[in-house]
Design a protein around this ligand. Structure first.
Ligand code: PLP
Length: 223
């Protein structure tokens, strides 16, 4: 617990004021989440619906939960009542379901569009062209219970900082394109979620607004 407090402040206290720290707590127990909560952290991220639902029921209700994992459409209804933002939206089908479940709960759910930029076949997300096509189809404009707040991506898991930087810059440039084309007058389209424990120092130089840090706060995950 002492480590979590120290690790947390090392990162949180060094960030520019316009960057949001999302503490990624997947596979870590509620006590560890509470250690960061007691230091003032309110944004936490989880990647599995069941684990999230269990933790959310046990932890303070002012926590802002971010969903960051691959979300199956049939799981949306379980998180729709309380999720603050779904960062990992990767299909129009999923958008339709989030819109439907948000409406049922009488709320609007914030989402980010996840981009697949990394050179890894295992990562989910829209390619840039798929994302352009989805937005140009215009169907999303009828979805009154979702609010598209920006973009999320993960860089390839490599040690080559130049490659990571290129990928984050691609995402930043794409954000500007989408902002200009579809959301020029929407202040809600403002979030750029990139950077994890090993690469957030690069993301901070590439216009990130949300960094998602697990290991550097809570330690290694035990699967
Ligand atoms: C697990 C995860 C993170 C955090 O990774 P760390 O390397 O532990 O900081 C960030 N983003 C996503 C999408 C994740 O799944």
């Amino acid at each position: 617990m002492h480590d979590i407090k120290e690790n947390y402040h090392k990162i949180a206290d060094s960030l520019p004021p316009d960057v949001q720290l999302v503490a990624i707590s997947k596979y870590h127990p509620c006590q560890h989440i509470m250690a960061a909560y007691q230091e003032g952290q309110r944004h936490f991220g989880e990647s599995h619906q069941q684990e999230l639902t269990k933790k959310a029921s046990q932890l303070p209700s002012d926590i802002q939960w971010h969903f960051i994992g691959h979300l199956q459409t049939n799981k949306v209804k379980n998180i729709a009542p309380y999720i603050a933002i779904i960062e990992s939206v990767d299909s129009i089908r999923l958008m339709r379901e989030i819109d439907k479940q948000a409406a049922r709960n009488n709320r609007t759910i914030k989402i980010l569009l996840q981009l697949h930029i990394a050179q890894e076949t295992t990562k989910y997300g829209f390619t840039l062209d798929e994302c352009r096509q989805m937005l140009s189809s215009g169907e999303w404009r009828q979805m009154k219970h979702i609010q598209i707040c920006g973009l999320m991506t993960m860089a390839t898991n490599v040690s080559d900082e130049q490659q990571i930087r290129r990928e984050f810059n691609t995402a930043a440039q794409f954000f500007n394109e989408i902002k200009t084309t579809y959301f020029p007058h929407d202040p809600n389209f403002s979030q750029r979620s990139w950077g994890m424990s090993h690469d957030y120092h690069i993301a901070l130089q590439c216009q990130t607004t949300n960094i998602r840090i697990g290991t550097k706060i809570f330690g290694e995950r035990i699967y």
